[in-house]
Design a protein around this ligand. Structure first.
Ligand SMILES: Cc1ncc(COP(=O)(O)O)c(C=O)c1O
Length: 287
């Protein structure tokens, strides 16, 4: 049986949740999304995801007529119940808003055109095995636009780079722009270079990952030397450790890049420690 999703004010079976061909998400990729994790029936950093969604919407000037992010997160909770996704396990809620349905024309549709609002929920099992063993990654040119800070549904360069990684048996493609590592196709990337934990600073070149921000905080609290300073592909190649972070990725050690071992070829102490701290935090978040 199909699960229940929310589309434009109604709860419907997923296979009946259809979007018209004139939806601007379909025609132009004119929309934004969020993915939020739940542990024990509670959102992990729901406020940060809600704020990022609000920011993405504002950057696209896509504000009119949308329930605010809190309402969308509440719909996600409703979906967990409707789909009988137990609070014992973990879950993901997917939120997407597009600029609605209108005959194809690049400029915005007439004022008052309602956005398309879609929310879905699913059970989720973290890939602990990958966090234990580490994963392979490949480098790939970052072919994206100059507003990667907006979580838009325009993911074509991410799709193409991730497919390249998949074809090479790798978990993630690490994107490189002008010799500098920006992030992954669906994760932020950290490296330990000369004893310093580094990751690309926020700004238009990367998505400001919620997990990235939390991991930076945890690393500082743990007394690690962290710098939000970009590193080059050459520094990546000689890093002692590399890891990816994300809502579904947690802290996943990268033990090989482009077929060459990172450090010892095993998950390193920094990734292990931060992974453990992140997991502990997730299961002990206050209400
Ligand atoms: C391009 C990109 N970078 C980073 C991330 C990680 O962000 P977060 O930790 O908020 O899930 C994602 C997650 O989807 C992503 O798509």
């Amino acid at each position: 049986v199909s699960d229940i999703v929310f589309l434009n004010g109604a709860f419907v079976a997923r296979d009946r949740a259809l979007v018209p061909v004139d939806d601007r998400g379909f025609l132009f990729g004119d929309g934004v999304y969020e993915v939020v994790r739940l542990v024990a029936g509670r959102y992990v950093d729901g406020d940060r995801h809600r704020d990022r969604l609000a920011r993405s919407l504002a950057e696209l000037r896509l504000e009119g007529g949308i329930e605010d992010g809190t309402a969308l997160l509440d719909i996600g909770l409703d979906l967990l119940a409707r789909n009988r996704i137990g609070v014992g396990g973990q879950a993901l809620v997917y939120l997407q808003v597009t600029r609605g349905v209108a005959r194809r024309r690049h400029a915005f549709p007439p004022a008052g055109t309602p956005p398309t609002v879609f929310v879905a929920a699913s059970g989720f099992v973290p890939q602990r095995d990958l966090m234990e063993t580490g994963v392979a990654a490949v480098t790939h040119p970052d072919l994206r636009w100059h507003r990667c800070d907006i979580k838009s549904v325009n993911l074509l360069p991410n799709v193409l780079a991730n497919q390249k990684a998949t074809e090479q048996g790798a978990y993630e493609a690490i994107l490189v722009r002008d010799g500098v590592v920006t992030e992954g196709t669906r994760s932020n990337v950290f490296a330990v270079v000369d004893g310093v934990l580094r990751t690309h600073p926020t700004g238009p070149a990367i998505l400001p990952g919620v997990t990235r921000a939390v991991v930076v905080e945890l690393a500082r609290e743990a007394g690690l030397h962290v710098e939000e300073r970009a590193f080059s592909a050459a520094e990546l190649a000689k890093a002692a450790e590399v890891f990816a972070t994300g809502t579904t990725t947690d802290v996943t050690p990268v033990v090989a890049v482009d077929g060459r071992a990172v450090g010892s070829g095993q998950p390193g102490p920094v990734a292990r420690r931060l992974g453990a701290l992140l997991t502990a935090r997730m299961t002990s978040l206050p209400d």
